[in-house]
Every structure is written in structure tokens, then in C-alpha cells.
Design a protein around this ligand. Structure first.
Ligand code: FE2
Length: 176
């Protein structure tokens, strides 16, 4: 599946009708996640877009759950490149990584996120932890995951998808 910026925005907006079992809808969650990353990592547009689009797979296939990360990554890879795709593809593993390596991390997770952890395979095993430890983009992946966990604030207004149109075009130009 190959998509352009307009199609991605359309799918993102459709997230307004979904909530994935969380207290805010998926569009608001996505916008909050991207905005948090823009505050925490202002120079990393690719990371911000990974935050914006990390749950795109849930909009595309609402019942896929554990597979939503790879579905979303595959949908944007040709437009936004392999780094954004890698971050999106691994944001569920990042949760499993953090549960395995950071004793305080589990307390940050929402009730729904703890519930889905088991279906996603539980904490990562030692070999998978070591593989991620060796990955050069682990810090960005962990940042994405923590922003994902924090982006569930009821009533927090972070603007519309329009804020992200230019960054989407810019990163896609850079990738081509
Ligand atoms: Fe998320």
C-alpha cells in the first residue's frame, strides 16, 4: 500500500471515531503524542511524525491490536522512510522492552495498556532486549513510547492536524 500526505491525513482524522479503550479518541491521542515530542525533541521531525502516526494501523484495522504497529509502519514507509517506519513498527516492543528493563515503568501505563501487554507478548526476553540495546535509535524509540503513554490527557487541546501538514511534506521530500 502506498499513500500520499492527503490519504494519511484522512486516515488520521478517522481516528476521531475510535478510542482503542482509552479515555480520549485516537485523533486526540495522536496529536498529543506528536505535540509532546515536538516539545521534548524540537529538532527531530521524524520522531514527531512517528508520534503522530504510530497508531495509524489501529485506524486501518481496528481489531488487529498486536499487529497495529507493523500495519501502520508498512502504510507510511514509502512516503516517510525507513526510520519513521522502524520507530512505528517497534513502539509496542518498546513498551515490552521498558516493562522488562525499568521497574518503575509499569506504573506509567494505563489500565488498558497493561491489559493489552499480555496479548502483545508480555515483557521482552533477554535476547530481544539485547537486540534493542544495540540499536542506534533506541533513545528515540523510548522517547516515542513515553510520549505515547503520556498522550492520554482528557480535555488537553493541542490544535488540529493542519499543524502537521508541512512537516509531513518536508520529511517526505527529504526521503525521496
Ligand atoms: Fe498510542
Amino acid at each position: 500500500m502506498e499513500m500520499d500526505v492527503e490519504q494519511i491525513l484522512e486516515i488520521l482524522r478517522n481516528g476521531e471515531a475510535l478510542d482503542d479503550g482509552e479515555p480520549i479518541d485516537l485523533l486526540q491521542h495522536s496529536l498529543q503524542c506528536a505535540t509532546l515530542l515536538a516539545e521534548r525533541h524540537p529538532g527531530d521531525e521524524e520522531l514527531q511524525l512517528a508520534g503522530l502516526l504510530h497508531d495509524l494501523g489501529t485506524v486501518l484495522r481496528p481489531r488487529a491490536n498486536a499487529a497495529h504497529a507493523t500495519i501502520g509502519a508498512a502504510a507510511i514507509e514509502s512516503l516517510l522512510g525507513s526510520r519513521v517506519a522502524w520507530l512505528i513498527a517497534h513502539h509496542v516492543d518498546a513498551k515490552r522492552y521498558l516493562v522488562a528493563t525499568d521497574p518503575e515503568y509499569r506504573a506509567r501505563l494505563s489500565a488498558r495498556s497493561i491489559e493489552t501487554l499480555e496479548a502483545q507478548g508480555g515483557p521482552l526476553d533477554a535476547a530481544s532486549v539485547a537486540a534493542l540495546d544495540a540499536h542506534p535509535d533506541l533513545a528515540a524509540l523510548v522517547a516515542l513510547r513515553k510520549a505515547d503513554d503520556d498522550a492520554k490527557v482528557i480535555g488537553l487541546d493541542v490544535g488540529s492536524v493542519d499543524r502537521w501538514i508541512e512537516p509531513l511534506h518536508e520529511v517526505s521530500r527529504r526521503v525521496r
